[in-house]
Design a protein around this ligand. Structure first.
Ligand SMILES: NC(=O)c1ccc[n+]([C@@H]2O[C@H](COP(=O)([O-])OP(=O)(O)OC[C@H]3O[C@@H](n4cnc5c(N)ncnc54)[C@H](OP(=O)(O)O)[C@@H]3O)[C@@H](O)[C@H]2O)c1
Length: 279
């Protein structure tokens, strides 16, 4: 039997309707629109494409989106000062540093100057630390989107065996910590995990954020498992995830497509955080 497809686009429309109401409420009470500032350094196409996706989601929900661009050769100290100044603005509720950054900029040196209450993508040390400690925090948007899709599908994490493939600070790590917070039993896998398939086959829920097309195949999935694919890989001009979609679809119980799974929801997580604060 084919897996249930966890449709992010359909859920996106319902969340957008809720966020539109929240944005209206904000504008009525504060006499201005809630504001999300995106910081782009250089002209990386992935970062700018994501900025455009966020801008469109903001336009649909009634949140002001401001793209602040800096030249790719800006030095780290200057960028820190500029980002700190954006974080100090009383007329902006959220500031997001778009990735990837140019090689000479250390991400942590920039995210650490953002006030935690404006760090709506949760990439700074305070939010990441709070997530690790199990306190309320802004959770990075892809992990937050995964939880949102599971909740909407009525799939509880409690007591489930969750395997997270990839341990990046934007993908695997926050997803694993979030699943742990939801009382799943969590296993991390990465490039040094021997016999990955023997681990993933134990999973009730698999979250993959690796960046390798077709790397999660049907033999790696227990029949009926839920598979969440955060991968975004360009193959022959098309966007595909980490999951070998057609083969896994025949085995899994539920599966996120790429595109159309987690991707459409990630900007909405930023907008929700901008309007409503931490989870
Ligand atoms: N949908 C979204 O919003 C979103 C957000 C973030 C990322 N992504 C996508 O997710 C993918 C991964 O990006 P990322 O930033 O999370 O990760 P990343 O920083 O590119 O790191 C990749 C992770 O995968 C692990 N890995 C590499 N080869 C592996 C293998 N053969 N077996 C098991 N693990 C392996 C690495 O292990 P080591 O740590 O041992 O090197 C690392 O932890 C990309 O396609 C990216 O575009 C999507």
């Amino acid at each position: 039997m084919d897996a249930a497809i966890l449709n992010g686009r359909e859920l996106m429309q319902r969340i957008e309707a809720d966020l539109r109401r929240e944005a209206e409420r904000f504008a009525t009470v504060r006499d201005r629109r809630a504001t999300l500032v995106l910081v782009a350094v250089g002209d990386d196409p992935t970062a700018l494409l994501y900025a455009e996706q966020v801008r469109r989601s903001c336009a649909r929900t009634g949140v002001e989106c401001q793209l602040q661009r800096f030249p790719g050769d800006i030095d780290e100290t200057a960028l820190r000062l500029r980002v700190a100044a954006l974080g100090a603005r009383s007329d902006a509720e959220g500031v997001v540093l778009l990735l990837p950054l140019p090689a000479h900029i250390r991400q942590r040196m920039v995210t650490e100057v953002l006030p935690p209450e404006k760090d709506v993508d949760g990439l700074g040390p305070r939010n990441a630390g709070h997530l690790m400690l199990g306190f309320p925090s802004f959770v990075p948007s892809t992990a937050a989107a995964a939880l949102e899709l599971l909740r909407d599908a009525g799939i509880a994490l409690q007591g489930q065996n969750a395997v997270v493939v990839g341990r990046s600070n934007v993908g695997g790590k926050p997803a694993a910590l979030l699943f742990l917070r939801e009382n799943a039993t969590v296993t991390f896998c990465h490039s040094r995990t021997p016999d990955l398939a023997s681990v993933t086959r134990q999973a009730d829920i698999i979250f993959t954020s690796v960046g390798r097309a077709h790397s999660l195949t049907a033999e790696m999935v227990r029949p009926g498992a839920v598979v969440l694919d955060a991968g975004m890989n360009a193959v022959d001009g098309h966007l595909v995830g980490d999951v070998d979609y057609e083969s896994v679809r025949a085995v899994a119980g539920a599966l996120t497509p790429v595109p159309g799974g987690l991707g459409p929801l990630t900007p909405l997580m930023l907008i929700r955080h901008t309007l409503l604060g931490p989870d």
